[in-house]
Ligand binder design. Sequence first.
Ligand SMILES: C[S@@+](CC[C@H](N)C(=O)[O-])C[C@H]1O[C@@H](n2cnc3c(N)ncnc32)[C@H](O)[C@@H]1O
Ligand SMILES: [Zn+2]
Length: 292
Amino acid sequence: MGLSKKVASANFMREQQTIFACPVCHEQMTVTEQCVVTCENRHTFDVAKQGYVNFMTHPATSMYGKELFEARKQIIESGLYLPMHEAVMDSLKTFGQDLTVLDTGCGEGSHLAMIKNQFEETTDNKIVGAGIDIAKEGIIAAGRNYEDMIWCVGDLAKSPFQESSFDVILNILSPANYTEFRRLLKPEGVVVKIVPQSGYLRQLRKLFFADSDKESYSNDRTVERFKENFSEVSVERITQTVEIDPTLVPMLMHMTPMGWHQKADADQNNVTEITIDLDILIGKVSLKKAFK
Ligand SMILES: C[S@@+](CC[C@H](N)C(=O)[O-])C[C@H]1O[C@@H](n2cnc3c(N)ncnc32)[C@H](O)[C@@H]1O
Ligand SMILES: [Zn+2]
């Protein structure tokens, strides 16, 4: 008989336990045989039966629920974001080595899982993947669906990781914490941030906000802030319109917390294609900024 999910993920986490730092006192942590992550000062966090750990030190409410994460999983697995996954992978491949990757605001984990799989299928290298999200429902789903990864409920502002633990930080359509990213990255590490561009899911926006086209949309400020925090920054825009399976359209509408669907009285059957329009910001943490 196989190991229980809880024991299997505790074992996996133990192999990587040097990356953990207590979110309360910042001491080194160990993962015990009893499936508890604990520090010297006996702050303890249990591995849950779904194979994740809740590192929250304060209660948090999230506007992201179970239904939303199930919808995101289906949409992401449908391949809608493959061009983005490929662009991310290209930057990971430049390392030419095994990588430790943290997805910040990972939600239900499908992006990280797909990127890890594709990376391992197309290179000789492995990824140790960790995901953190403040939304418990997302992490429960991640733990349930994806094994051999480290899934943590936690707040980026109080993350349960040691400094200089990651080669890559992913930050996909989620809030960033640049001070924390810089602390967590190894000296040669990179951060990959994905932000929506003006055409992102525009067919849905048209449906719900028919009278308010965001003509003057710009990511300039985001790019500027990113450049203030990282060096050798590149920005790549990925735009692609694809046909969408009609059965996925209701899923798309549940993918966002903004309650677009509540305002919609338009006919969702008219949506036959969907546009992905994203900026991919990549930067290095090192201060080797080219002042040449
Ligand atoms: C739009 S969702 C994107 C989720 C996922 N990256 C995806 O693309 O499917 C934004 C995510 O950021 C998470 N988040 C927001 N603030 C956070 C924080 N302080 N720490 C960790 N996660 C946070 C939310 O819970 C949510 O899952
Ligand atoms: Zn502690």
